[in-house]
Structure formats: structure tokens, C-alpha cells
Design a protein around this ligand. Structure first.
Ligand code: B16
Ligand code: MG
Length: 215
């Protein structure tokens, strides 16, 4: 019996990837190389440090840990100037309506995001109150596809993983959900997210009835 839904943030509730892209591109440019939108795809759902390591690999650059931390911090400061200006109209189509529908039906809701900026983003979007539990990058040690972020979400909601459905746009996130013995709805391409129990274009296509069909 489905009792809870766990949501990834970037790519499911809001498109922060576009702001990550601007900030990473600027960092690459300062380091003297090009960073494309296609390159940016590889950073979706992965942590900030892993993102930086991928970017440096693309640029063929090796740096000390100290220097890497400095650059990650610099990128984050730049990224935060964008998210601090976000508005509720940036919520992806149908996301808020679906969250409200779940709440009305008594389904528990948690966030399961790799981002350390998740609280700021939810506040800017005026969505914080809809989440009973928020598990973000500040609360986990293992990155997706490790299920830690979702298992902690289930625990915080006091439900069994088998009673949870995860909404994810990244392949590693789908794998994390399944590894945690949860059901998963993929948001995006069926080619990339084929392991999910259901794949849709966005939460505007989701309803409580479709959720119950996953039972
Ligand atoms: P931050 P999600 C992820 O969010 C993003 O998809 C990924 O591109 C980013 O590197 C990661 O958060 C960490 O973000 O630098 O804000 O801590 O999809 O897990 O909600
Ligand atoms: Mg995501």
C-alpha cells in the first residue's frame, strides 16, 4: 500500500540545471576551456564535488584538493546569486498541484535531493510547508545511486520503503529508489529512465489515480 511520495528537486520540481550550467560554464571559461550543455547533462543529480571532478576531467585539468574546494565554493556563490532570485512561477508545470493533491489524500511527502541548497530553493518557491521531511545534500554521506537519501526520507516519514514512490529525473536516482526497495516514477526520457516503474514527461501528467495504479 502506497503511503508516501519522495521527490527529487532539480529536474522534478524545478529546473535549477540551467543555473548550475551558467555557473559551471563560467568556471570552465575562467579555467580556459569550453563547457557545453551536453557536458552539463552529466552533472544532473550528482553532488557538487563530483560535478567539479567531471568538469575538470573534461578540461583535462588536475588540481589540489584545496584548490578544488575553493573553486567549488566560488561556483556555489555564483549559483546562489541565481537561486536567490527564483520565483514561485518557476515551479515546473503541475508540480505544486500534484503535491497539494497528495496532501489532500493523506499521502506523506518528503524531499530527497543531492543539493545542499535545497532549503533555499524550496523557500524561494514557497513550497517548504508541503514537505513533511526534507533530506538534502547536507544530511547524507552517500550519493545516488546509493539509496541513503530516500531511505532517510522513508524513516523520517515513519513508513516502510516498500510503501514509497520516488519521483526522479536522473538515472542514478531511479537506481537509488529501486535499490532502496521503492517504486519509481521517472521524469524524462524512457530511454534513460527505462528501469522506472512508470516514465512521464512531467508532474503535470501525474494524478493520485495513476499513483494508486503502482500499488
Ligand atoms: P548543490 P537533485 C542536484 O539536485 C543537481 O541535479 C546536481 O546537478 C547538483 O550538482 C546537486 O544537486 C548538488 O547541488 O551544489 O546545490 O549542493 O537533482 O538531487 O535535486
Ligand atoms: Mg534531479
Amino acid at each position: 500500500q502506497i503511503k508516501a511520495c519522495l521527490f527529487d528537486l532539480d529536474g522534478v520540481i524545478v529546473d535549477t540545471a540551467k543555473y548550475h550550467y551558467i555557473a559551471w560554464k563560467e568556471l570552465a571559461s575562467n579555467l580556459g576551456f569550453e563547457f557545453t550543455e551536453e557536458d552539463n547533462e552529466r552533472l544532473k543529480g550528482v553532488s557538487r564535488m563530483t560535478s567539479l571532478n567531471i568538469l575538470l576531467e573534461i578540461g583535462g585539468i588536475t588540481l589540489s584538493d584545496e584548490e578544488k574546494h575553493r573553486l567549488a565554493e566560488k561556483k556555489n556563490e555564483n549559483y546562489r546569486t541565481f537561486i536567490l532570485k527564483m520565483q514561485p512561477d518557476e515551479i515546473l508545470d503541475g508540480a505544486k498541484e500534484f503535491l497539494q493533491e497528495l496532501k489532500a489524500k493523506g499521502i506523506k511527502i518528503a524531499l530527497g535531493s543531492a543539493s545542499k541548497n535545497a532549503m533555499t530553493i524550496l523557500e524561494r518557491l514557497e513550497l517548504t510547508e508541503l514537505f513533511e521531511a526534507i533530506i538534502d545534500g547536507t544530511k547524507v554521506t552517500e550519493a545516488k545511486p546509493n539509496p541513503e537519501v530516500f531511505l532517510k526520507g522513508a524513516e523520517a516519514l515513519n513508513v516502510d520503503p516498500s510503501e514509497c514512490v520516488v519521483f526522479e529525473d536522473a538515472e542514478a536516482g531511479v537506481e537509488a529508489a529501486l535499490a532502496g526497495n521503492m517504486k519509481c516514477v521517472g521524469i524524462g526520457s524512457p530511454v534513460v529512465l527505462g528501469k522506472a516503474n512508470l516514465v512521464i514527461d512531467g508532474l503535470h501528467q501525474m494524478t493520485y489515480e495513476k499513483l494508486m495504479e503502482l500499488n
